[in-house]
Write a protein that binds this ligand. Structure first.
Ligand SMILES: Nc1ncnc2c1ncn2[C@@H]1O[C@H](COP(=O)(O)OP(=O)(O)O)[C@@H](O)[C@H]1O
Ligand SMILES: [Mg+2]
Length: 319
């Protein structure tokens, strides 16, 4: 499989009056063409910032971005316009991404019109095809966003995002605001569209059962850093980072013979403002030693495509 997006030592800092927020702090991973990488971690750990920085909605502070093998870290205006055709984002709350004064039809037509690939009747036809594709019924074409239920509103957000056939879509908690029954419909829609248009997704969520269903690979973040990345099945079979172990232990098992003990984390989440060097999880980690507080912590390969950012991973796991 060819790499679509390669992220190397990416950092995104926000200078604020109270210090510098290290929202994304030295994160590296690769997403292959046609696959879905789930990005998980607690609220505030930097998932949205990472997703946005990868598609140039935010400019990186440091690091390198490669897209289809090309260096896209720094783009001029013309290059950015080209890049924007290939990447898209779907937000959690389509209310904030859809114009409340525009009908669903006009919402879907807008990007098509701006692209200048379609005109007149062809424009209408293309928009109707798209609305049909995402499952918005004809009777809602002339409705406004507030007249739709959450599921249909998100379908409109999806139609807009895929209208210009992007290669890569960041899905930022696209089902988190929806009822569970509707969540499954939207996830199925996203997976069908992925097959049909060979899309590559970064799927951001704090819900592990959602990523398990949709991703081929999972990246776990903690306070701006990547702690573990692995193929989905592999990660659910065996976690090596103490934070990933705690995170996964919180999912209730349906198999009563395999109830695992929930690992409760002690201590507070530290602040991402001017953080201390070393592993960000160390203050809450049962296994932390002085070694963990040194800068430039290693990324250790523990299995095929399975990496863990923990200098003590081998001792802890008896590897
Ligand atoms: N524009 C900004 N200015 C300052 N801090 C920000 C900004 N955007 C995000 N942050 C901070 O960066 C951290 C990561 O935020 P975010 O990427 O939204 O996390 P997540 O999506 O995982 O909840 C948080 O501490 C947040 O407060
Ligand atoms: Mg977010």
């Amino acid at each position: 499989m060819a790499a679509l997006l390669e992220v190397e030592h990416l950092k995104k800092y926000f200078p604020t009056g109270r210090g510098t927020v290290h929202a994304v702090d030295d994160v590296s991973f690769t997403i292959n063409e046609g696959e879905t990488m789930g990005l998980v971690g607690e609220s505030g750990c930097g998932k949205s910032t990472l997703g946005r920085t990868c598609i140039h909605l935010l400019e990186s502070t440091e690091g390198k971005l490669l897209f289809q093998g090309e260096d896209v870290t720094h783009l001029n205006k013309k290059q950015l316009a080209e890049f924007r055709k290939k990447v898209q984002i779907i937000f959690q709350d389509p209310f904030s991404s859809l114009n409340p004064r525009m009908t669903i039809r006009d919402t879907v037509i807008e990007p098509l019109m701006l692209s200048r690939q379609f005109e007149g009747a062809q424009l209408e036809k293309e928009a109707e095809n798209l609305m049909d594709l995402v499952g918005i019924e004809r009777r809602f074409y002339n409705s406004y966003p507030h007249e739709l239920d959450g599921g249909r509103r998100q379908r409109a957000g999806v139609a807009r995002a895929i209208s210009l056939k992007p290669k890569f879509v960041v899905c930022d908690e696209p089902v988190s605001a929806l009822d569970v029954s509707i969540q499954a419909q939207i996830l199925n829609l996203l997976m069908d569209l992925q097959d049909e248009f060979h899309l590559t997704y970064m799927f951001v969520t704090h819900d592990l059962s959602v990523v398990r269903h949709i991703s081929s690979k999972i990246c776990v973040m903690y306070l701006g850093q990547m702690v573990e990345v692995a193929p989905t099945k592999e990660l659910f079979d065996k976690q090596y980072h103490p934070y990933t172990k705690a995170l996964l232990s919180a999912i209730p098992s349906i198999d009563i013979h395999h109830q695992q003990k929930r690992i409760m984390l002690k201590g507070e989440i530290t602040s991402p403002i001017n953080p201390k060097p070393g592993c960000r999880f160390a203050p809450r980690c049962l296994y932390a030693t002085d070694e963990c507080r040194k800068p430039d912590q290693p990324l250790v390969e523990v299995g095929p495509d399975h990496f863990v950012s923990c200098c003590r991973v081998k001792e802890i796991n008896n590897l």
